[in-house]
Design a protein around this ligand. Structure first.
Ligand code: FAD
Length: 535
């Protein structure tokens, strides 16, 4: 009997959510007609190939052996995230880089013990929370200067520890996944109101480490905006910032940990700003003749000081594919929420501005059909994606941000570069765009790529398209990531984007808190040890 490897590469529960061949067979013609792309017979995931020998477990001190696992499925599951290249490699059962062991600490004392022993034994440590990285953040793609590599799984350190109702803040352990966070805050009639698309699996520690962004489009976009203080264990000791509503005392110790991707310390807890649950909601769907016209309306909303919770501008093709709007127009899904303040005036003003900018209001008031179609497609996306991959569709996303003055040219240049590469490499394919987050001075365009994959060559295909898209993003003035983080995959472009003195400062900071350099070598703060493009 073949053991399912779904736990290694899948999104859902291994016992119920793995796509079945018969369902995929039925889905195939629908996908082909809907996307206008050829599909292939459903791929049968391969069993896990033999893993390289475990170099660590036999050397572990007894105290750490108690929290260690070297089961092959465990090692494999902790060696990839959930990017397209991760899923393809996972379902083929072939992973070139695998952690030697998985360590599951239950408290900070054990985290400290792991860091101490690994520093002495020259073993790299990769913090792991939800494993939803899409940038190679948890993959042990390292130089051979290490005598081993362990995955430090924070899953046992989870839950809301205390709630300060007066300050509306909650102390949360790093391994807390989104659903548990909301369930435990609900008992206090509070919410963190932070919903990345990976909400189901990703965790507070992962959000802090990657500077994740939630689903809401304005105001509190990144986790940075919710973080009041952070506590992390570093090889040089505990790094805990003070709980403060704001502080001008020098460079911020919180900010330095935010986005450090496990290279400076292991985040164990954070105080997050929380709020009452919303009591009033308003939603609208509007149509724009083009993405550019829609973007002008969005800019007008931002410049008017309106801060809609939802403000997703979706280009015509993506609107059709997601079932949001089938008219060949771009769709704008707008929403306001409040837990007290009236929103009638805000929503009326938003509609007025949109109409002034040439948009048609299709539905407004309660959540309508188009907005619901988009939301349901958003929530189902991780599951849909793995079905498409099993049917031989190359599907992946990349995201960035740019100021309004360069917006139209930027979106055109990046779309053209990615489309050219896609046609060259795959012979066909589509690149669609939506705005995930909007600001008074710019927006975050998010691109979805779909193309016929050539089985066996998917990684090379995607790497070429991704490199062309990333080159275009940087040369047109954007950032290599707005919220997906740097990881290993973005490192070459990040190296070009950041100022050289800043890179030197970051590398020096790493040397100070992690003298042996064991913490997640190759990601953001690693300086000279960074590896190149994905191998
Ligand atoms: C389908 C899908 C949808 C996504 N949607 C979004 C989205 O809407 N918004 C968004 O921002 N991102 C999104 N992502 C990317 C990903 O979910 C985020 O980067 C997320 O923050 C990762 O959290 P995690 O708990 O899974 O961390 P992991 O994947 O386990 O780790 C991510 C990185 O952080 C480090 N790390 C993890 N935990 C710690 C810790 N406690 N201390 C120090 N370092 C740590 C790891 O070493 C790694 O480098 C999506 C990914 C997928 C697959």
């Amino acid at each position: 009997m073949t053991t399912s490897t779904y736990a290694v590469w899948g999104w859902g529960r291994a016992d119920s959510d793995e796509p079945k061949p018969a369902e995929l067979e039925q889905l195939a013609p629908l996908v082909r007609d809907h996307l206008g792309l050829p599909v292939q017979p459903p791929e049968q995931p391969a069993p896990l190939a033999g893993l390289p020998a475990d170099r660590v477990s036999a050397r572990l001190p007894a105290a750490l052996a108690d929290i260690a696992s070297s089961a092959p499925m465990d090692r494999a599951a902790h060696s990839i995230g959930r990017s397209y290249r991760d899923i393809v490699r996972g379902l083929r059962g072939r992973l070139a880089h695998v952690v030697d062991a998985v360590l599951r600490p239950v408290d900070e004392t054990q985290v400290t013990a792991v860091l101490d022993w690994c520093s002495e034994a020259c073993i790299a440590v990769i913090p792991y929370s939800g494993g939803t990285s899409v940038v190679g953040g948890v993959e042990p793609r390292l130089r051979d200067e290490w005598s081993g590599v362990v995955s430090l799984d924070l899953g046992a350190m989870s839950g809301v520890v205390e709630v300060d109702a007066a300050s509306r803040a909650a102390r949360v352990r790093a391994g807390t996944p989104g659903p548990l966070l909301e369930e435990q805050l609900k008992a206090h009639a509070m919410t963190a109101r932070f919903y990345p698309q990976s909400f189901e699996r990703s965790t507070v520690g992962g959000w802090v480490a990657t500077r994740a962004a939630g689903h809401f489009a304005t105001r509190l976009t990144h986790i940075d905006d919710l973080v009041e203080s952070v506590r992390a264990v570093t090889p040089a000791g505990l790094w805990e910032s003070r709980r403060l509503p704001g502080s001008g005392a020098g460079p911020s110790p919180d900010r330095m940990l935010l986005g450090s991707e496990g290279s400076l310390g292991v985040v164990t807890e954070a105080w997050l700003r929380v709020q009452p649950r919303p009591t009033t909601r308003w939603a609208a769907t509007l149509a724009a003749s083009s993405f550019s016209e829609g973007a002008k309306a969005v800019r007008a909303l931002m410049h008017d000081g309106l801060l809609p919770a939802t403000c997703r501008l979706i280009d015509a093709q993506e609107s059709r594919v997601t079932g949001t709007l089938a008219t060949g127009q771009a769709a704008l899904v707008l929403g306001f929420e409040s837990y007290g303040a009236p929103i009638a005036e805000l929503s009326a003003r938003a509609l007025e501005l949109c109409r002034d900018n040439g948009l048609d209001v299709l539905e407004a008031g309660d959540r309508g059909g188009a907005g619901e179609a988009w939301r349901s497609s958003f929530v189902r996306a991780p599951y849909t994606r793995e079905q498409l991959i099993l049917l031989g569709v190359l599907v992946e996303t990349f995201e960035t941000a740019i100021t309004w003055d360069r917006f139209d040219d930027f979106v055109a240049a990046v779309t053209d570069a990615a489309t050219d590469a896609l046609h060259r490499v795959c012979g066909a394919g589509t690149v669609t765009c939506r705005l995930t987050h909007v600001y008074p001075d710019g927006a975050a365009p998010y691109f979805t790529v779909m193309a016929p994959a050539r089985r066996g060559s998917e990684l090379a295909q995607w790497d070429e398209v991704k490199a062309a898209a990333s080159d275009a993003v940087l040369s047109a003035g954007g950032t290599i990531t707005h919220h997906h983080a740097v990881g290993r995959d973005h490192q070459p472009w990040y190296a070009d984007q950041r100022p050289a003195p800043f890179a030197a400062a970051l590398a020096a900071a790493k040397s100070a808190v992690d003298p042996a350099g064991i913490l997640n070598p190759g990601v953001v703060a690693t300086g000279q040890k960074a590896l190149g493009r994905p191998g």
